[in-house]
Design a protein around this ligand. Sequence first.
Ligand code: ZN
Length: 246
Amino acid sequence: MRYLILSDIHANLQALEAALASAEGKYDEAVCLGDVAGYGADPCAVIEWTRKHVKQIVRGNHDKACAGLDDLEWFNPVAKASALWTRGLLPPADAAYLRELPRGPQRIGDFDILHGSPADEDEYLITLQDAAFAAPHVRAKVSFFGHTHVQGGFLLHRNGIKRLGRMKSDAASLELTLEPDSGYLVNPGSVGQPRDGDPRAAYAIYAPGERLVTYCRVPYDVAGAQKKIRAAGLPPLLADRLAEGV
Ligand code: ZN
């Protein structure tokens, strides 16, 4: 069994299509770590694809916001504007789908999927210290998380915690072989709004039988996604940042 691990698609249809085209034939089942909606201009098309093709999913903070489960008190003005725009657009069935998404962590076979941290679905795992605080809550040898939009993650070993390797900007993939005596918090990166300085869409493939995670990056039609965001009247920053991957 090989899994396509998608996270933080954020209503970016151009990025999702490029990721799916590049992953075609390399996986058996798609899973999603949340934030299907919010920020981007194509929530309906992205939710439609997710409803049809993703069996295992956890909710993200933007899914909750777009479904009306969050009062947006802690959202910044740009995130709030996009959540309200999305709320106004979603048909009832799509809103209901987002509202009913399960909270992470969720177990699939021998691994967990979650949005933020194993302790709190809305918490960010950014620093080694964040990972150290989260470590006692980790339940599986491999946990996939998102939320930060930064591809990589952390290796948990009895001797300490290390950051997992970063892919070079001219590479399309990076393989990570899982060692039996370590635990892993793996972030596939964001499909639709990368924030690690690489504007390409990010995802990962996990092959448990081979103990192999493959991080992937693929260029997509950034200009097309930007055009739709601007035409929708969403905050222009949401279009601008896609070009830099920040
Ligand atoms: Zn997100």
